[in-house]
Unconditional design. Sequence first.
Length: 169
Amino acid sequence: MKVVLIGFACCYKTSVGKLLADKLHCKHIDTDGLIEFNAGESISRIFEKKGEAAFRQAESQTLKSLAECGDAVISCGGGSPLLDGFELLIKGGKTVWLTAAAQTVKSRLGGGVRPLFDGKTTAELDALIKLRSLCYAKYADITLSTDGLTSVHVADKLYDLLNAIPYTV
């Protein structure tokens, strides 16, 4: 089974992805981690040195490269559904939109290293979440809120939901 996790920053895509992959006995792929590995530097550094456009180009190439990856749980960057190559990636899989309210995202960001979101107010985050939600909703087969939950609880709920839905390729 291919499961693609989408959602805004700090919605547990990576941590849930790892846990879910263990439960499904398949590999976990984190697109941001793959971009960092291939570039040999952090996403923050890519933004700093080359800008957002260079990062988005690398992200699009990564999505295309994973289109035929087979059974895996793929944790996507928050902007992935906006990019060329995303529709190829989700073909034949289940797309899960993990959500969180702006206040939850703000509290999870902490002092992080999120180039597009660091220093944003809750209201600014809310506006960005609403803007991206239109795209996330377009692709989601399953939507699951992470508000008030740990990544373990979200992975357990998602595992149960995936097992309750017939899977066709």
